[in-house]
Design a protein around this ligand. Structure first.
Ligand SMILES: [Zn+2]
Length: 227
């Protein structure tokens, strides 16, 4: 509202809540321990597959999730999931147009946690979940679906008019869409829906829709509109 940049507010926050020290970082793959917060990791996996990227940052790597600034709630969830997964500090990088902000965290261990990292765009290479990732998703696919819809999906309300007994009535019906140009990532999304028995259709070559009333209600229980 005041036009203050993310980097300024980030620095102010860091004075009140100092940066995590590196000894708080624990990588559950290197340490061979269960993830400290499975829900946070699986949500972050959905966000990474949708709008995330890993880049080299000096001798380390940064995992960034590109977030639309319209959805501050989603941005807060991304920040929470980054912190809860690895314990590294999180910063915000805004682009000149400021319609998007990258929520980013730096640690060499992001490569351990996201083996899908590779050169080029995600849709130009094979994207497959590792066996240990599939096991985590199978225990509860809901955070993955939430992360994918929060990044590359949406919940919209369609409407239609029908004549009932001489009067025209307007009906509204919510729907979910998930759009991604990678066949593999759409497959990961629909596999997760199948695990929960949620009906879906491919409505365009790059888009999946969930429109059946009971399936929309099932998604409303744990996704809902972006906020
Ligand atoms: Zn590691």
């Amino acid at each position: 509202m005041l036009g203050v940049g993310y980097n300024s507010t980030y620095r102010w926050q860091q004075r009140l809540q100092p940066r995590h020290r590196s000894d708080t970082i624990r990588c559950f793959r290197c340490d061979d321990i269960p993830p400290p917060d499975v829900e946070a990791y699986v949500y972050l996996l959905g966000q990474y597959l949708g709008d995330g990227h890993i880049r080299r940052n000096g001798r380390s790597h940064s995992l960034g999730i590109c977030c639309c600034t319209d959805y501050v709630g989603v941005m807060a969830e991304v920040e929470w999931s980054l912190r809860a997964t690895l314990g590294a500090s999180v910063c915000y990088r805004s682009r000149a147009d400021a319609a998007c902000v990258t929520v980013e965290s730096t640690s060499r261990h992001w490569l351990c946690l996201f083996p899908q990292h590779g050169p080029g765009m995600k849709h130009t290479r094979k994207i497959e979940l590792a066996e240990w990732q599939r096991d985590l998703v199978a225990t509860d696919p809901r955070p993955l679906i939430r992360g994918l819809i929060h990044s590359d999906g949406c919940r919209i309300t369609n409407w239609t008019e029908r004549r009932v007994g001489g009067t025209v009535k307007r009906y509204t019906y919510p729907r979910y869409f998930f759009s991604n140009v990678s066949d593999d990532i759409r497959g990961i999304f629909t596999d997760a829906l199948d695990l929960l028995g949620i009906a879906w259709k491919q409505n365009r070559w790059n888009s999946i829709s969930v429109a059946r009333r009971d399936s929309v209600a099932a998604l409303d229980d744990f996704v809902g509109p972006k906020y």
